[in-house]
Ligand binder design. Sequence first.
Ligand SMILES: Nc1ncnc2c1ncn2[C@@H]1O[C@H](COP(=O)(O)OP(=O)(O)OP(=O)(O)O)[C@@H](O)[C@H]1O
Length: 618
Amino acid sequence: MGEESSVPPSNSWADLDDEEDGKVEFKGLNPTANSFNPSSSTNQQQKEKDDAPVASLLSRISGLSTNPNSSEQEQVSPSSPSAPSAPSSSTSTRPKPNTSNPLFGRALAGVKTDRPSTSSPSPASPNASTSTTASGSASKAKVELIDNKEEKKESKMSAFDNGWDEPPASTNGNGFEDKKDGVSDANMSEGGLISNDFQVEVKLADLQADPNSALYSAKTFEALNLHPDLMKGIYSVGFKKPSKIQEVALPLLLNNPPKNLIGQSQSGTGKTAAFTLDMLSRVDPALLTPQAICLAPSRELARQIQEVVDKIGQFTEIKTHLAVPGSWSRNQRIDKHILIGTPGTLVDMLSRGTRIFDPKQIRVFVLDEADEMIALQGLGDQTVRIKKMLPVGVQNVLFSATFPDEVQRFAQSFAPEANKLFLKKEDVTVDAIKQLYLECDGEDSKYDALSALYDCLTIGQSIVFCRTKATADQIANRLTSEGHSVASLHGDKQSGDRDEILDGFRNGKTKVLITTNVVARGIDIQQVNMVVNYDVPDLGREGDFRPDIETYIHRIGRTGRFGRKGCSVIFVHDDRSRDDVNYIMAQLGKPMRKINAKNEADLEQLEKALKFALKGPN
Ligand SMILES: Nc1ncnc2c1ncn2[C@@H]1O[C@H](COP(=O)(O)OP(=O)(O)OP(=O)(O)O)[C@@H](O)[C@H]1O
């Protein structure tokens, strides 16, 4: 405690490199990383088409809804959580969410309907607190819940030309607003993308430190004093300036002595590059052994992270090893600097003592999708086992777009005395992702609706999320037998096939991916402009099948990446799923617009919206 305020974010190679005979001696990407001394740390006592003819769409989708009232809805105030539902006609065996549960009520009470606009960082309150908000303007959240009583109301899709039910804010024709909700041109990032319009609450571990200090914000990559070879890497991937989370997280991550960090930022805002630059700055290339471990919940995400680290580090001597099933032969010694993988494989490696690598050499331990990686059920046990084998002074770095309250608490004991960057609840989802729900008459008509939407799905690229592997396969097989081109991906596929399927989708060979939660998190494919929640994500038996808000946020976050627009559609087919969608809306404080599959105007708007999204920033 106390050291950050007096230690400037020295960082790196500039101070370290000794130029001798015109030669730069490469000792490591961060000076103090080389003098790493685990026992010196005080913070470690404890221990992620084109024009699709709407007419044909309509003809294929017609007959979808047999409910005479299905195109209608009633507006219910979010402050009426217990708005009466019609008696459930659902045949689902899942228990209904308990809307009288205090959690439900609390969430609704927490929904903000009006937030003050703050287009610049809030001023420091001298000596008062080390918690502050880093920039962003507020958006208004108005939630119209779906009413199972189905009282009549006109369809709400608008006739604005961009399909987003909002007047185009700019006349520049690029599909991105110049000004909206107080966001000024100054907030536009280069290339015309919408800037990250959200607030990050910064809580520094050092209670005396001033989070508004310039030391804790880097408006340029140059200001970070990164090694020139890393700067070359950053430029080569086309990054011009740090994103909001990078701006705030990087100075904290690179500061010395290393401090733990728990960082939350919306999907698609650049968390990967933040921890990548930290790892690349802290390993010593001369030491041929793993010095940083990055864990992710899926092989697909681990592969993607490895690609990012390799690209940004391409001008350095630093090498990476992918630690996922099939990428390592037993007893093979690892002499690469950074290990990126899934927990099972890491546990396997570490269970062989120091024969594979010496865990005591690890300086940085990164958990991407950290809330999932430390969750009590699932991967948490393995992650904790790995952490216990690492040296006391390791820098723990936890990133995710979501940190539910209970996981936040555990995260703080996992990464003690961490600097923390948290989002306000209403800022967790990306505003540029338009959230819709589609009324279907029953479980069976969901497939008909999806099939009818196929042309829309292929305007750009789409991911369809299902609850089970079996559903994903069934849908994919049916669509394929009807002549549509889709791929399915889930955990029962062979590793090699999984890699091939995702690569095919990534390079645009496949336009529609039918999948499970295996790619719900982290996967970054910028062309994805539509996400379909064929099934409402739920918490499974252990969670009483309640809607899984975090998974919903991550699923829809596969679109609308880094300022792009996107669209998500969730299928609603019975009272239960209507309740679930109401719950999601209430929790997120964000409205979802209804699409009536039988309403031509709605479908036209959806199509327009998707085409508009596809135009991208240009
Ligand atoms: N500073 C930057 N300038 C331009 N593009 C960037 C910058 N930082 C990241 N990106 C791009 O933004 C996209 C999203 O980044 P990334 O995958 O790291 O998001 P994320 O925050 O980890 O999302 P998720 O929560 O879904 O995992 C990537 O395509 C990445 O290349």
